[in-house]
Design a protein around this ligand. Structure first.
Ligand SMILES: Nc1ncnc2c1ncn2[C@@H]1O[C@H](COP(=O)(O)OP(=O)(O)OP(=O)(O)O)[C@@H](O)[C@H]1O
Length: 324
């Protein structure tokens, strides 16, 4: 099962330049969360800080009662074993074949015999659909296959928290759809806690249980998918709907003249698009963390945008008696 990650007041800067300040959020155990934000806002820095590769200036990261930034190197080494990380390019060793790449963490961190290593490597390669490609070098397979090989390697130590840094970068829409399905299926099978950094709005709208948005050095919002997809908060609304109208400009933030000009021109925001159904596991069995569509909206008295959750057993979302 996954474990909860509780981040409190986290602040990180480089050479006095803050990347983000006072970030607080909880990644609920076993749930999938997505982190969004304009380029350069420090999403990768956040992942690296979570896993202990970078030290924050201030703040806490609580995992199983331990505050990561306060741990000794030795204790941190142990806690790191809870994590699996899929780096952007898969971070495979170019001179090792896929089998040896995936076997690497097992050979480095465990005392498993070669036959035990083989069993685990085969299991994980099967999970990501790469059986048969074991003898290929990373340079001989496609970008999508390299990501899946990186994912198999991230899975071999049975992590309870899996971090994905832009798993969909450089993939075509079809490969991205396959990878998103794989992420959902892996979450169902492993029950681990997932955090995905992505720029893909479709991924953000359909894959996670929770969405966070970093903007202008702060966490603008973090919460259940339905909360952000029904939010009218200008930054959240603009980013999640990929619109030009709103506070985010080409160079991160529009200046007040640009915003005033937009307001004076009476530029109307288009209505919020419908909230899509969350991607379901391919075998039809629900994930442990899955919630019925529309539950958050219903519990919080929020009417979702027209046309939301279409496809639920052929029907359209309807508020319960209490909301009518
Ligand atoms: N080790 C480092 N030393 C100094 N500055 C760094 C370091 N790592 C990252 N930065 C800076 O921190 C900022 C955030 O970088 P980061 O790569 O986390 O952004 P990002 O949101 O992941 O961007 P993108 O979406 O484009 O991948 C950038 O200005 C980057 O130059």
């Amino acid at each position: 099962m996954g474990v909860e990650v509780r981040v409190e007041g986290l602040t990180k800067s480089f050479g006095g330049q803050p990347v983000w300040s006072d970030v607080s959020l909880t990644l609920p155990a076993g749930e999938i969360s997505v982190l969004l934000g304009p380029s350069g806002t420090g999403k990768s820095v956040f992942l690296k800080t979570l896993v202990g590769l970078l030290k924050p200036d201030r703040g806490a990261i609580w995992i199983e009662g331990q505050d990561l930034p306060r741990l000794s190197e030795r204790a941190l080494y142990e806690v790191r074993k809870l994590f699996g990380v899929l780096f952007q390019d898969g971070a495979l060793f170019g001179s090792m074949n896929i089998y040896d790449n995936v076997a690497f963490p097992l050979r480095e961190h465990t005392r498993k015999s070669e036959s035990e290593v083989r069993a685990v490597v085969h299991e994980k390669l099967e999970m990501v659909g790469l059986l048969g490609a074991e003898r290929k070098l990373p340079g001989e397979i496609s970008g999508g296959m390299r990501k899946r090989a990186g994912l198999a390697r991230a899975l071999v130590l049975d992590p309870r928290i899996i971090l994905f840094d832009e798993p969909d970068s450089g993939l075509d829409p079809v490969r991205t759809a396959y990878l998103n399905q794989l992420i959902i299926d892996l979450n169902q099978q492993t029950g681990a806690t997932f955090l995905i950094v992505t720029h893909d709005i479709n991924t953000a709208r359909t894959v996670p249980d929770n969405i966070g948005l970093i903007y202008h050095g702060h966490l603008a919002m973090f919460g259940p998918r339905e909360m952000l997809l029904s939010s009218t908060e200008p930054v959240v609304r603009q980013f999640l709907n990929a619109q030009r109208i709103g506070p985010i400009g080409m160079a991160e933030e529009k200046d007040s003249d640009e915003l005033r000009a937009e307001a004076e021109a009476g530029v109307e925001l288009p209505p919020l698009p419908p909230i899509p159904l969350q991607l379901a596991p391919s075998d039809g069995r629900p994930r442990a963390a899955e919630q019925p569509p529309g539950r958050w909206c219903e519990e919080h008295g929020v009417t979702p945008p027209a046309g939301s959750f279409r496809g639920v057993q052929g029907s359209v979302w309807q508020p319960t008696e209490a909301l009518r």
